[in-house]
Design a protein around this ligand. Structure first.
Ligand code: URA
Length: 322
């Protein structure tokens, strides 16, 4: 047996295992010591302070789905820093607890999503200009050859650049591909009702998808396509920096949170992406197919709105119906 005076080295695999375990037993957030404390702690435990860079090995250790790119969320930070001229240290809202979610906790941390949004908060006009610039890049994007060849239009997202709440879907469907607007088909009608049930309108929130092009036959986007599009949605969120992000369905939740867990395991509590609180709920198209889970989705929205300061339990008649 090891003598008690010996300190065994802590590896990223140990940390990933521990974080995964904590998440599975329901501990969603961990208080994060500041950099100096983390460095001192790491030194005493032989853990290099820069050990959480994303690598395939660490993703494998965490059992998380592999994302091809190293840290596109960090790339989005860099893009915003460059465009806003903000200093590296100009992070606006700190103090947010880091995300620890799903079995991909180490991967989530490696991606930088436990860090605050980078750069200063932009004015409404600057946000609109920056979003328009990204939209024009998206419109010309041909990274995913199959999607670029089959799409009619790219679907960037729409809504208030100052929105406090963003709704993140999966990918455009047929109607969205035809119109260039997110959530305008049948599931879009239900999403609109859900938003209105929260006493809000579509123009007060921001609606976007993980993937900006329609996958042929509405197939699920593959991990490579998600990786290719990640920097676009990360930049959008960085610019809008909403207080809340509602992940609609599994692809949105897993892509944003770097988690392997099901919607059923992720919903009903808050997660965190940078400075935003994240709510995971069922995708409207799933709700259309499985109406008996609408009550869970309604619970998730009530949880969000209560935290936001609106108690929807007082507005019983506003419950989304279809
Ligand atoms: N489903 C989505 O996830 N997004 C849309 O824009 C439409 C349907």
């Amino acid at each position: 047996m090891e003598s008690s005076s010996e300190v065994s080295p802590v590896t990223p695999g140990h940390v990933a295992g521990l974080l995964g375990h904590l998440s599975r037993i329901g501990i969603g957030y961990l208080p994060m010591p500041d950099q100096a404390v983390a460095a001192a702690l790491a030194a005493t435990r032989s853990l290099p302070t820069e050990s959480f860079e994303s690598t395939d090995q660490r993703d494998a250790a965490s059992g998380n789905i592999q994302h091809r790119s190293t840290a596109p969320d960090a790339a989005a930070d860099e893009a915003v820093r460059k465009s806003s001229g903000g200093p590296d240290s100009g992070r606006s809202r700190s103090g947010a607890p880091p995300v620890v979610t799903g079995d991909g906790a180490a991967s989530a941390i490696a991606s930088g999503i436990d860090q605050p949004y980078a750069g200063p908060s932009l004015s409404p006009a600057d946000r609109a200009a920056r979003l328009a610039e990204i939209a024009s890049r998206v419109a010309g994007c041909t990274t995913c050859t199959e999607l670029a060849c089959s799409r009619r239009s790219t679907v960037f997202g729409e809504g208030d650049p100052m929105a406090k709440i963003c709704f993140l879907g999966e990918a455009p469907g047929q109607e969205e591909d035809a119109s260039g607007r997110p959530f305008v088909g049948r599931s879009g009608e239900l999403l609109t009702k859900m938003i209105e049930a929260c006493t809000l309108s579509r123009s007060e929130v921001y609606i976007l998808n993980v993937i900006k092009c329609r996958p042929p036959n509405n197939r699920t986007p593959d991990p490579e396509e998600v990786a290719n599009c990640r920097s676009y949605f990360a930049e959008q969120l960085q610019i809008i920096r909403p207080d809340y992000i509602v992940c609609l369905g599994l692809v949105a939740a897993r892509s944003l949170l770097h988690s392997d867990l099901s919607v059923g395991r992720l919903r009903g509590r808050f997660h965190r992406y940078r400075d935003s609180k994240v709510v995971v709920t069922y995708h409207p198209s799933y709700l259309l197919r499985t109406p008996n889970v609408k009550k869970e989705a309604w619970f998730d929205l009530q949880m969000l709105m209560k935290d936001y300061g609106i108690d929807l339990s007082q507005i019983g008649s506003k419950r989304p119906r279809k």
